[in-house]
Design a protein around this ligand. Structure first.
Ligand SMILES: *Cc1c(COP(=O)(O)O)cnc(C)c1O
Length: 304
């Protein structure tokens, strides 16, 4: 069982926000566990409980070569005493990037499949092949979103967070957004910032909510104007913002999720989208493991 550490909300100060009459605080989910950080801690927690209940010794999951979910699974399995197998999309590239090095150091067995085969990852036939190769395992989907993950992310907010009028988080597969929506207060708005390009995200979230029968307890909104060209895409503006944020608050963000979300929140404040008196809580969902790989791949020097 993974035990979360106490996390507090830190208030961020900026003259503009004071002038506009809004307050901003950040919840440091990146500090929730030394081994399994961020929202992935909450997504994995009940899956590992369930795997143990089923008597499984191995956890198998899927992801790209820089995936936070791959690293988090390796790390959480290491902490909770499971073996882990990562099915990685695409060919092996040597030397291994920092994400995969770290996953392997946590004991994860890495197994590469072609992009074509990877698309079959939900097919029974493909899973049976994996069972032949790897033996019995507990499967966690790519990105980690399933009903137990949503149960976990519904524990991200606590009673002390009732005082906020807006909760802001980023959206990948939406498991975090869905869980939080189920634990909102009726007076609260959950603002999700999609890291992916396109309007499909509205339908995808509607499908996710209906599949898991989630009824949001407050208001939910999805913002899809801050994807910076799509998943994994960035530009100079975003990287400059991440550097500025670090200089201003000494808090590290990464460019795939939290950087885009915070950029969006700050733009929206500037645009006057939050009424005077708004109390905004930003969720730092972690993902910092990916920074070393990002810097290496793109020759950047974002703060770590
Ligand atoms: C995975 C991840 C997300 C997205 O979470 P979903 O539940 O897939 O929407 C957001 N932020 C970080 C840092 C992540 O690693």
């Amino acid at each position: 069982m993974l035990i979360p550490q106490e996390i507090s909300n830190d208030t961020l100060h900026h003259p503009l926000w004071e002038r506009l009459g809004v307050s901003v605080a950040i919840k440091r989910l990146d500090r929730v566990h030394p081994l399994a950080s961020g929202n992935k801690f909450f997504k994995l927690k009940y899956n590992l409980v369930q795997a143990k209940r089923e008597g499984k010794k191995k956890i198998l999951t899927f992801g790209g070569a820089y995936s936070n979910h791959i690293y988090a699974t390796a790390s959480a399995c290491h902490a909770a005493g499971f073996e882990s197998i990562g099915i990685i999309r695409g060919e092996e590239t040597l030397p291994l990037n920092p994400t995969l090095v770290a996953a392997r150091e946590k004991g994860m067995e890495l197994h590469y499949v072609s992009r074509g085969d990877y698309r079959n990852k939900k097919e029974e036939e493909f899973l049976n092949e994996l069972r032949k190769t790897h033996g019995d395992f507990y499967q966690v989907p790519e990105g980690g979103t399933n009903s137990l993950a949503i149960k976990g992310t519904s524990e991200i907010l606590s009673v002390q967070d009732n005082e906020y009028s807006y909760i802001c988080t980023s959206i990948g597969t939406g498991g975090t957004f869905a869980g939080i929506s189920a634990s909102l207060g009726p007076h609260q708005v959950l603002l999700g910032f999609s890291s992916l390009k396109g309007d499909f995200i509205y339908q995808e979230m509607a499908d996710l909510f209906s599949y898991h029968q989630i009824a949001p307890k407050g208001k939910i909104e999805i913002e899809n104007q801050y994807h910076f060209g799509g998943y994994g895409k960035t530009n100079a503006d975003l990287l400059a913002f991440i550097r500025w944020f670090y200089g201003e608050f000494q808090i590290v963000l990464e460019p795939i999720y939290t950087g885009k979300m915070c950029y969006g929140v700050f733009e929206k404040i500037k645009n006057g989208d939050f009424p005077k008196g708004s109390k905004i809580l930003i969720l730092h969902t972690g993902g910092l493991q990916g920074l070393a790989g990002f810097n290496q791949r793109f020759g950047t020097s974002l703060p770590l």
